[in-house]
Design a protein. Structure first.
Length: 83
């Protein structure tokens, strides 16, 4: 009787260990998948952010150049009118 109970407890522990191992493998696999997926998304977001920053910098430079050209043009027109 005691031997059967001990064997049954051993079988239960073995099943429990198998379940824990399977759960561990699932958690590790999903962690690797998420890490890979998120790293790709992170790279995409970095690239998009860089593109937006570059676009804004170019637009700002163009706006500044246009403003300077407008100021110089107005200055020249004013000088021509005054002379």
């Amino acid at each position: 009787m005691k031997q059967q109970k001990a064997e049954q407890e051993a079988a239960n522990k073995k099943r429990s260990l198998k379940k824990k191992i399977i759960l561990g493998v699932i958690v590790i696999t999903s962690s690797f998948f998420l890490a890979f997926f998120l790293s790709e998304k992170k790279e995409e977001l970095k690239q998009k952010a860089t593109e937006v920053i570059v676009e804004q910098a170019v637009e700002s430079a163009i706006d500044q150049a246009a403003d300077k050209a407008k100021e110089k043009t107005l200055e020249k027109i004013t000088n021509l009118i005054n002379n």
